[in-house]
Design a protein around this ligand. Structure first.
Ligand code: C2G
Length: 447
């Protein structure tokens, strides 16, 4: 008798799960299915699981493929189970290729091609929509997006648009998506939400088009390069009851949220200064950051990160703002320092694409300071420091994977209404304030 074993969360049970179990069963005579506990999913960084463990087990049972259902609740359990049940074959979908090769020592490891595209007809949850997401753009961000999306329940990345069809098709094949297209209308007609990962100057135009088509939009930063454009997009989203979110990943990271609430609760007294830096010497000088004379440069690229803590902590009512940049011959800023004066507080932002500085966030107050070392934008640890250093306090919050899963999980929750109203993590007015700074900066730099 050949025994096959497989594992999964099986949340919002869909045909991808069904097909996998069916083919797993066909590989042998006896199928063991491990269903993950909430605790285990939390530990391995899977977010937004909706169905209870009991319901998920029930859905697996109803397929009729499982001869035995077990619960998976800890790392390392797969090795134990394979030995305990004398499994001959371990099976998982191709989104996990390579990740479980270590089990070859105990049995045969098989990765079955994952189901491309989910029609959602099998989803039993009323009022809960499976988010069928389309990627607009097939560049660097989009590539990082796919592995992270596997950690967000209730989301299926269906297809990709790129104006260059060859690129779109290569991306589709690499990531096993259902379709690729160079026709934006086609993408819009096949999905119910989009992630816009195009060069900055196209964000507004494509976000607008997508909202007009009735799609929810997760737009890469900066959402817009003009205040009026950002306002228009949020007005449009509101009028159409759609979710519009600016994907500044730090805003959704648990560690950063914790940092903000501690700073705002007065642990360091009155906040007097916020200094945020994000610099990188980008080795390849042929990328759009260097070559796009109108919209490239360090501030449009990294300014959304440095503006985030400044606007979150001190607001958008600064009394004055000034920019100082060093630019390449084509006009793009390789380094920019921005000074904000709020009267009762000040702030600086430093961004660089060809100048390197310490990438820290430092918040100074009348009672102490908070230091978040580089890379503060992937907030994990920070230290609250006082005059009496024996009172210093270290905080640590896990930042999982590439961090994009947090914004994705929030996006899915917002669409499904499990997150009420406007998101406090990055509000409409904060996004608009950031677009206004971008507008002022570009007007001055491109003078
Ligand atoms: N799957 C698939 N096609 C999809 C979606 C999922 O073939 N479109 C497969 C996955 O590859 C996995 C199974 O269905 O083999 C269950 O998927 P999930 O519920 O998302 O669970 P997962 O996070 O993949 O669990 O210990 C848990 C396992 O390591 C992985």
């Amino acid at each position: 008798m050949t025994k096959v074993i497989t594992y999964g969360t099986y949340d919002l049970f869909h045909e991808g799960h069904y097909n996998l179990l069916k083919r797993a069963k066909a590989l042998g005579d006896y199928l063991i299915v491990g269903v993950t506990t909430e605790h285990f999913d939390e530990n391995r960084g899977k977010l937004n699981v909706v169905d209870s463990l009991m319901d998920r087990i029930e859905h697996v049972k109803e397929t009729g493929f499982a001869d035995k259902i077990i619960i998976e609740d800890h790392v390392g359990q797969k090795i134990e189970d394979i030995q305990k049940y004398h499994a001959d074959i371990f099976v998982l979908g191709s989104d996990w290729v390579g990740k479980f090769d270590y089990l070859n020592e105990y049995c045969k490891v098989v990765y079955l091609e994952r189901t491309r595209g989910i029609s959602s007809t099998m989803i039993r949850r009323e009022n809960y929509e499976l988010i069928r997401l389309g990627l607009v753009g097939a560049g660097r961000i989009a590539n990082r997006f796919i592995p992270e999306s596997h950690f967000v329940s209730g989301l299926s990345v269906e297809g990709v648009y790129n104006h260059n069809l060859d690129k779109a098709e290569a991306f589709r094949d690499k990531h096993e998506l259902a379709f690729a297209t160079d026709d934006i209308e086609e993408l819009f007609s096949k999905v119910n939400a989009v992630n816009i990962a195009l060069p900055h100057e196209l964000h507004y135009e494509y976000a607008k088009k997508a909202l007009e088509h009735g799609l929810h939009v997760l737009c890469e930063k900066p959402l817009a390069l003009k205040k009026a454009e950002a306002e228009e997009l949020f007005d449009l989203a509101r009028a159409k009851h759609l979710v519009l979110m600016e994907a500044v990943k730090t805003a959704y990271a648990p560690g950063f949220i914790r940092l903000l609430s501690m700073a705002k609760s007065g642990v360091i007294g009155e906040i007097k200064d916020v200094e945020a830096a994000f610099t990188r010497i980008i080795p390849d000088k042929e990328v759009r950051e260097f070559t796009n004379a109108d919209y490239g440069g360090s501030f449009t690229e990294y300014g959304s990160y440095t503006l985030l803590p400044i606007i979150k902590l001190l607001g958008a009512n600064y009394k004055s703002i000034s920019f100082r940049s060093f630019c390449a011959p084509n006009g793009v800023d390789i380094y920019t320092k921005v000074h904000f004066d709020y009267g009762k507080a000040i702030a600086t932002s430093k961004t660089g694409i060809n100048v390197k500085s310490e990438g820290q966030l430092l918040i100074s107050g009348t009672g102490g300071y908070i230091l978040v070392p580089s890379p503060w934008w992937k907030t994990e640890g920070f230290e609250i420091c006082y005059e009496d250093f024996t009172q210093n306090e270290k905080n640590y919050t896990k930042y999982l994977g590439d961090g994009l899963r947090y914004e994705l999980a929030d996006f899915v929750a917002a669409i499904n209404g499990t997150r009420d109203g406007e998101d406090f993590k990055l509000t409409r007015s904060e996004s608009i304030a950031m677009a206004e700074v971008m507008e002022k900066f570009l007007a001055e730099r491109n003078k």
